[in-house]
Write a protein that binds this ligand. Structure first.
Ligand code: PLP
Length: 360
């Protein structure tokens, strides 16, 4: 039987989606072949891709002057390509650092733009969001990049950074469609699928169309997103299977009632887990400033590291998997994305209380 999967990504997928994939695996849409075996230029796949985009636009409220791209290469590749596509050579781009993935995005941009760090919480081990009063802004920047949810450090913006003078660009890989977002506030939003909306292998980018084509660079055509926009993300062979599964997850989200419903569920799950940690009398600890605590990734440590192995072995045995923390932080991490049911978090909370009693 399936465990509750708390992995940070690739992460748990909704069971109805997996069952639908299983039912349709051999013969899809009357094609007498699997979705993996048919042309991306065929009618059936074009319709499948268009429906995924339409559902995403509806769920997120994406305005018509924004393009929706389904790209390969993961959020990492997109973090490099966005610098080439959104900035002219030699122009500056601003980065606000609240954890590991912001650092990576910054590194990936450096070959293509002059970068400026607006603020960083690195010296504080990434436990809070730097106060806007202490930011240093750059003049004439092409965009302002931040990570909406830091998957490793468990730091999430509960509201958008107050940036309106330059295009706001955000990595939403680990909290995409986890709560309503006003797309109009952004120049670009991107997210690898493998946490909240699908399997690994596809990355969604929502980009204000007028920002494309200003870079003035000679880019290899495959790296120039104008070509992806013109070709409906099919400038080359797209990752058809992850695209199809992502489409099923988006349909499932619509069936469940949309992003607001998930936002309520996510808040409830996170509250349950943090109250279990905070109410443990110091047996469990989460180091993040309560105002910046992630509703998606909850890192925590046990009061005695020597118990880590036992905790992991016992959780596995209890059907709670994927709780080992990232190697950079140690301890544990529970990822509680959209597809994690409240019952899973309840089972984890019950286990944690019981474990603390037995080992406290
Ligand atoms: N950004 C964030 C917030 C992430 O959590 C991750 C992966 O965990 C990445 C970027 C990198 O994504 P990918 O492995 O798809 O390149």
């Amino acid at each position: 039987s399936r465990a509750f999967n708390f992995s940070a990504g690739p992460a748990t997928l909704p069971e109805p989606v997996l069952l639908q994939v299983q039912r349709e695996l051999l013969e899809w849409q009357g094609e007498r072949a699997s979705v993996m075996e048919v042309s991306h230029r065929g009618k059936a796949f074009i319709a499948c891709a268009a429906k995924a985009e339409a559902d995403l636009r509806e769920l997120m409220g994406v305005p018509d002057d924004y393009a929706v791209l389904f790209l390969q290469g993961g959020a990492t590749t997109v973090s490099a390509l966005l610098a080439m596509n959104l900035a002219r050579a030699g122009q500056t781009a601003e980065y606000l650092l609240t954890g590991h993935w912001g650092e990576k995005a910054l590194e990936n941009a450096k070959a293509s733009v002059r970068t400026h760090v607006v603020a960083s919480d690195a010296d504080n081990a990434y436990r809070r969001i730097p106060d806007a009063a202490a930011w240093t802004r750059a003049a004439d920047s092409a965009y302002f990049h931040y990570t909406s949810n830091e998957t490793i450090h468990g730091v999430e913006f509960s509201s958008l950074p107050d940036v309106t003078d330059v295009p706001l660009v955000a990595d939403f890989s680990s909290n995409f469609l986890a709560r309503p977002v006003d797309v109009r506030r952004f120049g670009m939003i991107y997210a690898g699928a493998q946490k909240n909306i699908g399997p690994a292998g596809i990355t969604v980018a929502v980009i204000r169309k007028d920002l494309l084509g200003r870079h003035g660079r000679e880019l290899p055509p495959i790296f120039d997103w104008q070509n992806q926009v013109k070709n409906d993300s099919m400038f080359n062979t797209p990752p058809t299977f992850p695209w199809y599964v992502t489409g099923l997850v988006l349909q499932w989200m619509r069936d469940e009632g949309g992003v607001e419903v998930f936002a309520r569920r996510n808040a409830e799950k996170a509250a349950l887990l943090y109250s279990t940690i905070d109410g443990s009398g110091g047996f469990y600890r989460n180091p993040v400033d309560p105002a910046a605590r992630s509703t998606m990734n909850v890192p925590f440590t046990l009061h005695d590291e020597a118990l880590d192995k036992t905790f992991l072995a016992e959780t596995e045995a209890a059907g709670l998997m994927g709780l080992k923390g990232h190697r950079a932080l140690g301890g544990m991490r529970a990822s509680i994305y959209n597809a994690m049911p409240l019952a899973g978090v309840q089972a984890l909370a019950d286990f944690m209380r019981d474990f603390a009693v037995r080992h406290g």
